[in-house]
Structures are given as C-alpha cells and as structure tokens.
Design a protein around this ligand. Structure first.
Ligand code: SAH
Length: 407
C-alpha cells in the first residue's frame, strides 16, 4: 500500500485552513510526498510538522484538497462519514417531519461538513450531486450507497447527478450524470413530493439542479400568505412553484412566464396535481406564457397589464465576476418592470441566485427602484438561505429575495 499522502501548504493557506476554510487551491500546496489520486485522503501538516487537517484530494481540480476535518486528529472512516451525513439528515428530517414537506436538501456540501456533495430528498427518491471527482471512487465502489442505506433509509431509489466539469472522469468509471444508482429509470424520471402541503413533480434525472428549485420553498410560502384574491405574475416561473402556492393561498389568477416550454408543461401539471384536493387551486385561473422574460416584461408594461403580486426569480445572471455589472443592470431593469406592473398596494418579490452579487448589493438595487416608485412603500421581507440550505462559507452564499409592498 502506498504511504499516506502528506502535504504542506503556503503560510497563508495554512492560516485559512486553521480558520476553517474548506478549500486548498493547487497553487497553495508547497510540497507533497508523492502524487495523489482523486478520492484519497490527504493529510496536511503545518510548517512545524504538526497535523493541521485532513481532506479529500482532487488531482484534477484547482481546488486540490477539500477539508474534512481540522484541528485535532480524527480517524476518517465509514463511521465518521456516516456520522457527518446522519447529523445533517437528522436536522432536516426533524425540522420537516410535521410540515407537509417531503422535498428538501438533506446535506449541503461544505456548509454541512461534506465538501463537494449535495444530497436532496424527493419523497422516497434520493439524489446525490457531486462537484468533485474525489467522490467518484466512493460511488463506484458502492461505499456511498452503504452510507445511504444507514443514513437515509427512507430513500428507496438513488439518482446520481454530476457537475459538468467531471462528466468525462465519471464516464471512465462507469458513472454518469442522471444515472440511477438504485431503482429503474422509469421510477425516478419524474417523481412527486410535497412542499408545505402542495404536490409537485421533480425530475431528478434531467431537471435543473437536482430536479426542482428546493431553495425557494420559504419564499413561495411568503407569496402564498399574501396571495388571497390576488392576480399573480410569476416571471421565470420554471415549473410554477410560486404560482401553485399562490393558488393554494387563494390567488384569483396566476400567470407563469418562462422561456422553456418543458418547464411550462410541468407548471400546468403541477397546478393540475393540486386541483383535486384543493378548491382554491381549482378556482385559480392559470395561464402559461412561453417568452423571453425581458422582452415580455417590456411589452406587458406597454400593454398596461397589472397585477397584485409580481415574482421575478431569474437564473443566475452573473456566473463569473466579469458578468457582475451586467447583472446589476439587469436586476435593476427587471425590478423597474416589476414595479410598473403592480397595482396600488401590490407586492414585488424579487430574487437573485447570482453568487457574484452580494445580498446587500441586490437589496439596495431593489429598494432604490421601489422607493423611486413611491416613498410610502414598505419592505415586507429580505431573506437569505432556508434552513436546509445553510451557507457557512462566503462562497456558498447565493440566494437572496426581497419583498416590497408599493404604495
Ligand atoms: N422560480 C422558479 C425557478 C426559476 S429558475 C421556481 O420557483 O422553481 C429560472 C428559470 O428561468 C428557468 O425555468 C429558465 O427556463 C428560465 N429562463 C431563463 N432565461 C429566461 C429568459 N430569458 N426568459 C424567460 N425565462 C428564462
């Protein structure tokens, strides 16, 4: 057996690890005793040759080591992994047990102490999404599924999702994005789950993220609470999450606008799924419009359309630092359109999932636009991450949402 993989780091990186940062970049590795393989444990020593941390080595990524534990020495074995996973899973299961919610994030990567891996639950389907090739050996050997049997017994099927950058490495070990690890494709292609009592479809194999935008759950509930008798416009609706909850809350109408025909078809199905057991959903007029949201909003403003609630939840508009300025301008434009489409006393709900735009920057833009409309408007909420999507490092923060009632 090869000797343990040992690394030393530059002084700055040493301090960052000591402060709890979970990543070591390749150019911060000062020395290592041998070449490493993705997925093996790397033990990091400080400049005085004392144990500093242990992490998962990734030979192919600029993030060379993802820290699992630092400070005292620990044994990283199956027991350790199961403890980490079951701790995260227990917090969610206990939180959601009596909330009519069976779709949520079980584990959120770095922020739950298991870097580069996300676990989501959709009813009895579990989805694992990995962002580093370091996890591939654990998946191909069946070790991962052993942990899941113990930690998430409720999941009878498992689907693997991989980030794009590791697809070719996954293929080399017989794994692929959208591969069912346990269960048949037809069982997991489309699955249903509950979110605060409403039924939704998720598409674990092909859908965006792991099959649904679970991260907006709390904001959908806020819209539901404001929706009685409202005409609701849901821009960038995807599969209609905000609209279904608005309908449950008694909205008069819900209009979904999205560029994706596939998403709008699912939005209609999600509305239909809730009709049999909910008269408010049956009575809500639902319309879907396939269009580019920016163009449609400009026309709708001109056409004099008016709503009581306008939700605007675009995809990430700044995927990299260089796109920031354009994104800020786009958020301003979207908020302006949103406000113009509101009746008196209406509510704008504006969200951003761009990691390169900070919450404060985004809030500031929406507040400025809203105040230009009228000084007597009122902020209803400014939210960040939901309980199942904790963000414990700056890099993990992305979601922010602001609700504003115009005068
Ligand atoms: N609010 C949704 C999630 C939105 S995800 C929910 O609660 O589930 C972003 C959506 O924006 C995707 O469905 C995508 O198809 C859509 N989209 C991306 N670019 C668009 C554009 N230019 N016009 C309209 N929709 C767009």
């Amino acid at each position: 057996m090869a000797a343990n993989l040992k690394l030393t780091l530059t002084p700055g990186a040493e301090n960052a690890v000591r402060d709890g940062h979970p990543w070591v970049f390749a150019d911060r590795v000062k020395a290592q005793n041998r070449e490493g393989r993705s997925g093996e444990l790397a033990v990091i020593y400080d400049r005085r040759d004392r144990f500093l941390a242990v992490g998962l080595y990734d030979a192919s990524s600029p993030i060379r080591v993802r820290i699992l534990a630092q400070g005292g020495t620990v044994k990283i074995d199956d027991y350790w992994f199961r403890e980490r996973i079951s701790t995260a899973v227990r917090v969610r299961d206990e939180h959601f047990v009596d909330k009519g919610t069976t779709g949520y994030r079980w584990m959120n990567g770095e922020s739950d102490g298991l870097p580069g891996m996300v676990l989501d639950r959709y009813g009895s389907v579990g989805v694992v999404k990995i962002y580093t090739s370091a996890w591939l050996p654990f998946l191909s050997s069946g070790r991962f599924l052993g942990w899941m049997r113990d930690c998430c017994p409720i999941a009878s099927s498992w689907v693997l999702r991989t980030s794009r950058n590791i697809e070719s490495m996954a293929a080399k070990v017989g794994l692929a994005d959208g591969l069912p690890l346990v269960g048949e494709i037809k069982e997991v292609e489309v699955t249903t789950f509950l979110e605060n009592g409403a039924v939704f479809e998720a598409e674990p194999i092909k859908g965006q993220k792991t099959g649904f935008f679970l991260d907006q759950r709390d904001n959908r509930l806020r819209v539901r609470e404001l929706a009685r008798n409202a005409d609701v416009l849901n821009v960038f609706s995807h599969t209609g999450g905000f609209s279904v909850h608005a309908a449950v809350g008694g909205a008069r109408s819900a209009t979904d606008v999205d560029i994706s025909k596939h998403a709008l078809t699912a939005a209609r199905r999600n509305m239909e799924l809730n009709q049999p057991m909910n008269s408010a959903v049956r009575e809500c007029r639902h319309e879907t419009i396939q269009a580019d949201a920016f163009e449609w909003l400009a026309n709708a403003t001109r056409d004099g359309r008016r709503y009581d609630i306008v939700v605007i939840d675009p995809p990430s508009l700044a995927k990299r630092q260089s796109e920031r300025e354009g994104a800020l301008e786009a958020y301003r434009r979207l908020a302006r359109h949103g406000v113009k489409l509101l009746r008196r006393g209406g509510v704008l709900v504006a969200a951003s999932c761009s990691a390169h735009v900070s919450a404060e920057e985004f809030y500031k833009i929406v507040r400025q636009v809203a105040l230009q409309q009228g000084e007597n408007g009122r902020e209803l909420f400014a939210t960040r991450h939901a309980i199942d999507h904790p963000a414990r490092i700056p890099e993990a923060h992305y979601l922010k949402c602001l609700g504003w009632k115009v005068s």
